[in-house]
Ligand binder design. Structure first.
Ligand code: AMP
Ligand code: MG
Length: 497
């Protein structure tokens, strides 16, 4: 029975030696209320929708009651932030409550974000505010339902405990689910902080072996090579592959993470640690969603290169595990190819093209240039294009882009479609399955947050209704698919959450 009354925990991380974490309990919040509960994430723990009415969730989420079987701990890690190594990180405002096994035998980390101070809080208060919890809740569920690997969000709780940011806000928590909370930064921590002496990299090897055993043992051939150079290469290659694939998916969806520090990179290739992210409205290569990112290091167009750079930092941290360091470079060298192939394939799906032809990459490039030049709404463009060809579609696209390059591009596209093995109807249907009508536009999240701050949580639920099936039609929520208002494009989001 996997629920709050007697869930089956298998807390493997807390069995690692104590230099991997600090065990401690959450610090309670006052007068907690449940803000949102994701039925879809609840299924991962065998929790039915009716759980949202159970008081235990709110008590657990606010640190007023322990989840039976949990063993809360703060993980230690470090990482490269904006390109510079920071040796002093770790769970400063979140705790790994434990690892719950569902009836299908899947193990899920339960992580409570906003649980109070830990030894890794540095100068922080260990808290999270309501807006940042709602933003992670909505975005992780939105990306999941777009088919993009991500951590999940079970619920959000808010309280009367004051938290001081630019103004006083409500201390809140988010219960995050993930198959793993191990970050690139975990490996960096044990690489850079290793003591001198013979057993210098003991902890690094323990962490690598643990990670492989928990999350990579299913890789073909791994059983025979685990613990050897080849085994570590196989593991690292897989991380590189998943990272390149993930970022290709972000690029195709128009998603910017905003703060791709290595401590925010998941070792299993999930989208991880939602902060100042943004789903792009108007297409712009140089889109910067993080107001604190003054140099544009994490601008939309930079993400593929940053993913590569981050994989390089992980590779560096793994060097002591290898006799032959060349194996690391060889694995890393695969990144550009995997990224480009995946991105091209995803963009061809968006264009409804079933088989790649030589000039297709150029077709995509020219389209993106056109969208960039006219700052055209990315999601709406592809959704409307999914009904092409028709007079009405061409008119709508022309209105949306107001760019003289559109008509010649559509001509080439139409000729290209003639060589496509799919008939129009099948292609249009398929395109509508990959070109969402609804995305989590920044202003929609903002509206839901502002209402929630007034204790009205209905907007979160309404938004979730469309985000769980973003490619379907939702006639009652047509307004969520409209172009954002001008004020909605200028919202600024920073890290102070
Ligand atoms: P983030 O920007 O959320 O990825 O956090 C970067 C680092 O700062 C992590 O080690 C966090 O645990 C820590 N941190 C962020 N906010 C707080 C806070 N309010 N209190 C304590 N630590 C924090
Ligand atoms: Mg982080």
């Amino acid at each position: 029975m996997n629920n709050l009354d007697g869930g089956h925990f298998n807390n493997t991380y807390s069995c690692l030696p104590d230099y991997f974490y600090t065990k401690l309990d959450p610090t309670p919040l006052e007068n907690p209320r449940l803000v949102a509960f994701s039925a879809s994430a609840g299924q991962l723990l065998d929790l039915e929708d009716s759980w949202k009415t159970r008081e235990e969730l709110t008590l657990i989420g606010s640190g007023n009651r322990a989840w039976p079987g949990s063993e809360p701990l703060a993980m230690v890690y470090s990482g490269h932030q904006f390109g510079a190594y920071n040796p002093q990180l770790g769970d400063g405002r979140g705790l790994l409550l434990g690892e719950l096994v569902n009836t299908r035998g899947e193990k899920w980390d339960l992580h409570l974000k906003g649980a109070g101070q830990t030894p890794y809080s540095r100068f922080g208060d260990g808290r999270a505010v309501l807006r940042s919890c709602i933003r992670e809740y909505l975005a992780s569920e939105a990306l999941h339902h777009l088919g993009i690997p991500t951590t999940r969000a079970l619920f959000v709780v808010t309280s009367d405990t004051p938290v001081y940011r630019e103004t006083t806000e409500a201390g809140s928590t988010l219960l995050r689910l993930a198959r793993s909370h191990i970050r690139f930064g975990h490996f960096e921590y044990f690489y850079y902080s290793a003591p001198s002496g013979k057993k210098r990299y003991k902890a690094l090897k323990e962490l690598a072996d643990y990670t492989i055993e928990q999350h990579f043992h299913d890789l073909e051939g791994m059983a025979a090579i685990a613990g050897s150079d080849r085994g570590y290469q196989r593991f690292y290659s897989e991380v590189v592959r998943r990272t390149a694939t993930l970022i290709a998916q972000w690029q195709a969806a128009g998603f910017a993470h905003g703060i791709m520090n290595t401590d925010n990179m998941s070792i299993i290739g999930d989208t991880f640690d939602y902060g100042p992210y943004g789903f792009m409205d108007d297409f712009n290569w140089y889109y910067i969603c993080n107001h604190s990112d003054h140099s544009g290091r994490y601008a939309f167009s930079q993400q593929p290169d940053i993913g590569y750079w981050n994989c390089g930092r992980l590779g560096q941290a793994l060097v002591p595990l290898f006799d032959d360091g060349e194996l690391i470079q060889k694995a890393l060298d695969q990144y550009p190819k995997i990224y480009t192939q995946t991105y091209t394939r995803l963009m061809l799906y968006k264009l409804g093209l079933a088989e790649e032809e030589q000039d297709d990459a150029e077709l995509v490039r020219n389209l993106l240039q056109l969208l960039h030049d006219s700052r055209c709404d990315y999601t709406r463009f592809f959704r409307i294009l999914s009904s092409f060809p028709s007079e009405q579609t061409s008119e709508q696209l022309a209105q949306l882009t107001s760019n003289s390059s559109l008509a010649p591009w559509l001509d080439i596209y139409q000729k290209r479609l003639k060589r496509n093995p799919l008939n129009d109807q099948t292609r249009q249907q398929q395109m509508k399955q990959v070109n969402p009508k609804y995305i989590l536009r920044n202003y929609l999240a903002q509206q839901a947050i502002e209402k929630a701050e007034q204790d009205d949580y209905r907007e979160i639920e309404n938004l979730m209704n469309v985000l769980v099936s973003p490619c379907e039609e939702h006639p009652d929520f047509e307004h969520y698919a409209q172009k954002p208002p001008e004020w909605g494009k200028k919202l600024e989001v920073s890290c102070s959450s």
